[in-house]
Design a protein around this ligand. Structure first.
Ligand SMILES: Nc1ncnc2c1ncn2[C@@H]1O[C@H](COP(=O)(O)OP(=O)(O)O)[C@@H](O)[C@H]1O
Ligand SMILES: [Mg+2]
Length: 224
């Protein structure tokens, strides 16, 4: 099933002489059960791509379809609901709330999204797979970069979204942790039937991908 599709998407920042064409005529799709990797150097447009896919920003031109529905036709309320229910984000800054313990981050999700979150047993299993079961009473700043990263992944998955979008998910991880996180993304796609889209310049993730796209100067080409 195609979960997300972009048709001739463009995204510009600024106006006139100062216009930056961050995305140029992007055509893309991602299916449930697959890990898609977007590779490219800094400034290529990867983060812009991810925020447009996740409906955090509107494209300047073109269409973004989530399960066949054009998101530009959604009201603000509907697009908030869509993000809450269907999209899990792992951003570069981890988006953990600094004054809440890891356990409280999940409780916060329960308050915002009352139903459809993963159950206690599944959460415990997930935390175990991520190697952070023993850290649930700690605050983000008591964790290492890698541990915060994995807590952010758990938080994104807690709401049981259909797609998971991650921006440079392995930036602060050593090779062993990269393999664990890569395998985890792959399992999520295969066993839980999620569409997983990873934006990265880390070639260590390539072996976990079903498809690889290359991004350069706002243009995207499919490699495999
Ligand atoms: N909010 C913004 N305002 C103006 N220019 C931006 C903004 N965000 C990104 N850009 C520019 O768009 C281009 C793509 O940036 P980005 O999507 O962050 O790339 P990447 O994530 O691959 O490093 C860069 O030239 C960047 O400077
Ligand atoms: Mg970026």
């Amino acid at each position: 099933m195609t979960v997300i599709e972009l048709k001739n998407v463009q995204k510009n920042y600024g106006k006139g002489e100062a216009t930056v064409e961050a995305l140029k005529n992007i055509n893309f799709q991602a299916n449930a059960g697959e890990v898609v990797l977007i590779m490219g150097p800094s400034g290529a447009g990867k983060s812009t791509f991810l925020t447009v896919v996740g409906s955090l920003q509107k494209p300047t031109a073109g269409k973004v379809l989530i399960k066949g529905k054009d998101i530009s036709e959604l009201s603000v309320k509907e697009s908030n609901k869509l993000r809450l229910n269907q999209i899990g984000f792992v951003l570069q800054s981890y988006n953990l709330v600094p004054f809440l313990t890891i356990k409280e981050q999940f409780e916060l999700v329960n308050r915002v999204k009352k139903s459809g979150n993963i159950d206690k047993a599944t959460l415990e299993k997930l935390l175990g797979q991520l190697g952070i079961s023993g850290l649930v009473n700690k605050y983000p700043n008591e964790l290492s970069g890698g541990q915060q990263q994995r807590a952010a992944i758990a938080r994104a998955l807690y709401a049981n979204p259909e797609m998971l979008l991650a921006d440079e998910p392995t930036a602060s991880l050593d090779s062993k942790n990269v393999d664990e996180v890569g395998q985890l993304f792959k399992n999520l796609a295969k066993n839980y039937h999620k569409a997983v889209i990873l934006v990265t310049h880390d070639p260590r993730l390539e072996k976990y991908a079903d498809h690889i796209y290359e991004m350069m100067d706002g243009q995207m080409t499919k490699e495999s």
